[in-house]
Design a protein around this ligand. Structure first.
Ligand code: SR1
Ligand code: MG
Length: 387
């Protein structure tokens, strides 16, 4: 750890900001992080006589959600900054702007996206925000293709590969996504509605084998610099202005992991509203899924070089990978350490139905016949019957 490093608090973050930009006069700060990994402060103040605010995000040397007993590299702050810069360059306007990177304090100062909300919050509340799903489709196409061998020159990519070695954060996903949900792990969080499916998961040898194979793919398929945690809580939204944040899990991994995560988290929102009887918003989420994929495909087709005559088979196999990884994300959010509000805030009876539906859909996605299209993926992720 750097000798200069110290974790900031509500007061010292203001002093830090004052020193970084003397013309910014901080009034107060609030901690706004979700408490999983980092300290995140919004610092309010004045710059050039105008009210202003910025975000300070600092890594702490352990996993906050688990406590100091789970050490975690501070290097994740560098990876996040580099991923924001790389993805921001490839997909302009679709990430927050990094205003400062302090490697010795393991922190970033980011633009405060005033007027934006977390997409998951809008989805849970049934609030439509236009122009988001298409933007995320574009972001995925540009970042995934742009860091793959399809578009990035080999030498540049090899140099980049050293910058995105992310063993600690990958280990968290290898454990929390592909391992813990299938065993009686201490990290699992089980409400009463999760207990029946946790028992099924511990007995399900077929699913366990598949999870273990997918963990292998996650570790070995260095296809692109993926975001690595592309759920709807990692996306800030305002009308026609989606911004993808929090890429600290970025590494050279399988493209289907990002796409699958996005589909899985949209499926949670849809299921919530289906069980609450909000048919209008169910149809809206269906539209998001379709818009996301059609924009992704359109963008891939326009970026794809004519010298690589296998574009359509790339898309077919990406859909299959995405279905598999969507299934893993769906399952782990029911019984693992990190849950989702879309399902956790349902009344108990609906939550029982939801957890079983999620497991049944996930099995259909990853253990059924090969998934032939994104429409097929979405149908399986959202339908009622079991395999
Ligand atoms: C405590 S870390 C748990 C989860 O939070 C992050 O957003 C990742 O999804 C990780 O698995
Ligand atoms: Mg996050």
């Amino acid at each position: 750890m750097s000798t200069q490093y110290r974790a900031l608090d509500g007061e010292s973050v203001c002093e830090y900001v004052r020193r970084w930009r003397p013309e910014f006069e901080p009034d107060c700060s609030e901690e706004i992080g979700d408490g999983n990994l980092n300290l995140v402060f919004r610092v309010h103040g004045r710059a050039n006589q105008q009210p202003s605010s910025i975000i300070v995000k600092q890594a702490v040397p352990y996993l906050r959600a688990a406590g100091e007993g789970w050490p975690l590299t501070l290097d994740r702050s560098r990876i996040e900054a580099e991923a924001l810069e790389l993805h921001g360059r490839l997909a302009p306007g679709l990430t927050p702007v990094v205003r400062l990177r302090d490697e010795s304090m393991h922190l970033l100062i980011l633009e405060d996206l005033v007027g934006h909300t977390v997409w998951r919050t809008s989805l849970v509340g049934g609030k439509h925000v236009a122009g988001i799903a298409a933007g995320i489709g574009r972001y995925c196409a540009r970042t995934l293709l742009g860091t793959s061998h399809i578009l990035m020159p080999s030498a540049e990519r090899k140099a980049l590969s050293m910058r995105f070695v992310n063993p600690d954060l990958c280990a968290i996903s290898e454990d929390l996504v592909f391992t813990a949900p299938y065993i009686d792990a201490e990290s699992n969080i089980l409400d009463e509605a999760a207990i029946p499916i946790a028992e099924q998961l511990r007995r399900d040898r077929t699913l366990q084998q598949k999870a273990s194979y997918l963990r292998f793919l996650f570790k070995t398929r260095a296809e692109a610099v993926i975001h690595g945690d592309l759920h709807t809580g990692s996306i800030m939204v305002a009308e026609d202005d989606p911004r993808v944040m929090d890429p600290e899990f970025a590494f050279f991994g399988p493209m289907g992991y990002d796409i699958g995560n996005l589909f899985a988290n949209l499926a949670f929102a849809r299921l919530r509203h289906e069980l609450l009887g909000n048919d209008f918003f169910v149809a809206q989420v269906d539209e998001y899924a379709s818009e996301f994929w059609s924009t992704f495909v359109e963008e891939v087709r326009s970026l794809w070089p004519a010298t690589e005559p296998w574009r359509e088979s790339f898309l077919v196999s990406l859909v299959q990978d995405s279905a598999d990884f969507a299934a893993m994300e769906m399952i782990r959010r029911m019984v693992g350490l990190a849950h989702v509000n879309d399902i956790d805030t349902l009344p108990l009876n609906e939550r029982f139905v939801a957890r079983q539906r999620v497991l049944d859909s996930a099995r259909l996605l990853t253990l059924g016949l090969p998934v032939g299209s994104a429409e097929d993926l979405w149908l399986r992720a959202t339908r009622k019957d079991a395999l």
